[in-house]
Design a binder for this molecule. Structure first.
Ligand SMILES: CC(C)=CCC/C(C)=C/CC/C(C)=C/CC/C(C)=C/COP(=O)(O)OP(=O)(O)O
Ligand SMILES: O=P(O)(O)OC[C@@H](O)CO
Ligand SMILES: [Mg+2]
Length: 258
């Protein structure tokens, strides 16, 4: 089926213009129904939330399609991008899919195996495919992604290794990069690493993991992240997304003026 490239254009425009974007990671296993997060979502959408990322390391509830269609019917304009821990989380109702290859690891199943299994299904769907080099970084504790993926994260003090990994990914044709300290990380991806990767690749850079206050989000944006992902932080503090979006709106406005 012919694919649109609306999401690709949107994400690429953030990298080329410098306008920052925010994605809210909704983990379907953590919410029973849209009602639980609707107030927060409504507020975030009104403040210009750019994307919903949807997924988790381990999703055991078979309710994804209904949750996605509920969100779509209430908020038709907000793109829903699957961020799956495995192909079992695929939904044809989403707008896009982070087609993540876990390039910081050496687990063949997560580098190419799952991808082969889902490719024919993707080809028949209208879901936009976003080829993403996913790099797991040591975030000071072992997180679900570390455990489920059974991979060794990039060491925090080795930005050169992250750069080499991202360059290899871009030579392989990956078009987006995601530096992730893991969900609920104690320490976000180090700013030196973000800066180094951003300096060496042209592709849009997504950063997430452990961003649970505005100060951390600012540091990540200031050092080169184009899209910031917030999951646990928004679950623990329902005001965080609004705070971040208000900050990003001012930041993006200042870019327009200068
Ligand atoms: C390409 C396709 C369709 C599938 C392969 C997917 C791959 C390569 C996954 C590898 C890495 C992985 C396990 C990613 C997990 C994604 C994710 C959404 C993590 C964040 O949420 P949780 O880790 O569930 O957070 P909590 O522990 O806080 O629930
Ligand atoms: O839940 P948090 O810590 O915000 O992390 C989001 C995401 O980057 C994890 O894969
Ligand atoms: Mg989870």
């Amino acid at each position: 089926m012919k694919k649109r490239n609306l999401l690709a254009s949107k994400i690429n425009s953030h990298a080329t213009t410098g306008r920052k974007a925010v994605a809210w990671l909704i983990d379907p296993d953590k919410i029973k129904s849209l009602r639980e997060v609707n107030k927060q979502l409504n507020h975030a959408v009104s403040l210009g939330l750019d994307f919903i990322f949807f997924g988790g390391s381990l999703v055991s509830q078979p309710k994804q399609d209904s949750l996605i269609s509920e969100i779509k019917s209430l908020y038709p304009k907000i793109p829903i991008i699957l961020f799956p821990g495995s192909i079992g989380q695929f939904s044809p109702l989403a707008d896009g899919l982070l087609f993540i290859s876990l390039i910081s690891g050496r687990n063949a199943e997560l580098l190419i195996g799952q991808h082969v299994m889902i490719a024919p299904i993707l080809a028949r769907s209208s879901v936009e495919v976003l080829p993403t080099g996913y790099m797991l970084v040591d975030g000071g504790k072992s997180t679900s992604v570390h455990y489920i993926s059974q991979t060794i994260p990039l060491p925090r003090d080795k930005p050169d290794l992250a750069v080499a990994t991202a360059l290899a990914g871009s030579y392989l044709g990956l078009r987006y990069f995601y530096l992730d300290a893991g969900s609920g990380a104690n320490l976000p991806v180090p700013v030196e690493m973000i800066l180094a990767v951003k300096k060496n690749i042209e592709a849009p850079l997504i950063v997430g993991g452990g961003l649970d206050n505005l100060e951390k989000v600012r540091a990540v944006f200031d050092n080169g992240a184009d899209v910031v992902v917030i999951g646990n932080g928004a679950e623990k503090n329902p005001d965080l997304l609004a705070e971040v979006l208000e900050y990003v709106n001012v930041l993006n406005l200042s870019l327009n003026i200068n």
